[in-house]
Design a protein around this ligand. Structure first.
Ligand SMILES: Nc1ncnc2c1ncn2[C@@H]1O[C@H](COP(=O)(O)OP(=O)(O)OP(=O)(O)O)[C@@H](O)[C@H]1O
Length: 241
């Protein structure tokens, strides 16, 4: 299987603080990879570096063999991006936005079917700023996949969704994988990581501290992924003063 994403010794600083601090990981093409880690661990910054939205201070990032900054124009049409804060103009209507993004791609997904599966039909004429949190989330997911990307980067794709919306997105992610799309997602939902991922990377303080398939990490199901995660990322015990 080809390597879809290769990150070696990535360092990204905001001022003095290294949000990503020597992070390395590889994503195999056609797989679903989850990046887990505590709040502020550097997951979003890492994913944004793959999308060309953050410039590494040092280290190397390659996505589909391309440099996300230097080869940005070549890479962007080949990847799908779902940002944590959505990302649409506030006055635009949901279906207009989806139609516009679809029109930028040569072979977009069937819009009616996608809008229907993500339950966007009923809010199609609603301006983006008036959508509910979950509707914004589902629209952002649709925008990330409508162009049939080779890689979809999904930052917390199901946070805040109701159980039906969550299951529909899980199903769409499985279908992306069946179609050979590489999916890289960040999540705090351990059941999501366990059910969807071929590979899991746990990030803490800007570094990968554990990697493996859910099966290996959980000792073939002897432990839950949540317990493994909690043990790996436990804060140091507070000293009595
Ligand atoms: N634009 C920014 N300016 C300054 N600091 C930032 C900026 N973006 C992120 N940070 C800091 O970098 C660190 C890593 O943030 P990042 O968003 O990558 O973490 P995360 O693992 O995605 O967290 P979460 O799970 O809460 O989304 C945090 O300490 C955050 O405060």
């Amino acid at each position: 299987m080809p390597v879809a994403v290769e990150i070696s010794n990535l360092v990204v600083r905001y001022g003095e603080k290294a949000a990503v601090d020597g992070l390395s990981l590889t994503v195999t093409g056609g797989t679903v990879t989850s990046v887990l880690g505590p709040n502020g661990a550097g997951k979003t910054t890492t994913v944004e570096s793959c999308e060309g939205f953050r410039r590494p201070d040092s280290g190397r990032v390659r996505v589909l063999g391309l440099d996300p900054i230097a080869d940005h124009d070549e890479l962007m049409p080949r990847i799908g991006v779902m940002l944590q804060e959505g990302g649409a103009w506030s006055g635009v209507r949901a279906l207009e936005m989806l139609r516009y993004v679809a029109s930028l791609h040569a072979h977009p997904l069937d819009l009616t079917q996608l809008a229907d599966r993500l339950d966007l039909g009923s809010c199609g004429r609603t301006p983006y700023r008036r959508l509910s949190g979950g509707q914004k989330q589902r629209l952002s997911f649709a925008l990330a996949i409508v162009g049939r990307p080779e890689i979809a980067f999904l930052d917390e794709p199901t946070t805040g969704l109701d159980p039906h919306g969550r299951r529909e997105i899980w199903q769409l992610i499985r279908e992306l994988r069946e179609d050979g799309v590489t999916v890289v997602l960040t999540t705090h939902a351990m059941d999501e990581a366990e059910q969807l991922s071929d590979q899991v990377h746990v990030v803490s303080a800007g570094k990968v501290i554990a990697s493996g398939s859910p099966d290996t990490l959980t000792d073939h199901g002897a432990k839950s992924l949540e317990d493994v995660y909690l043990a790996l990322t436990a804060p140091p015990a507070r000293e009595n003063r």
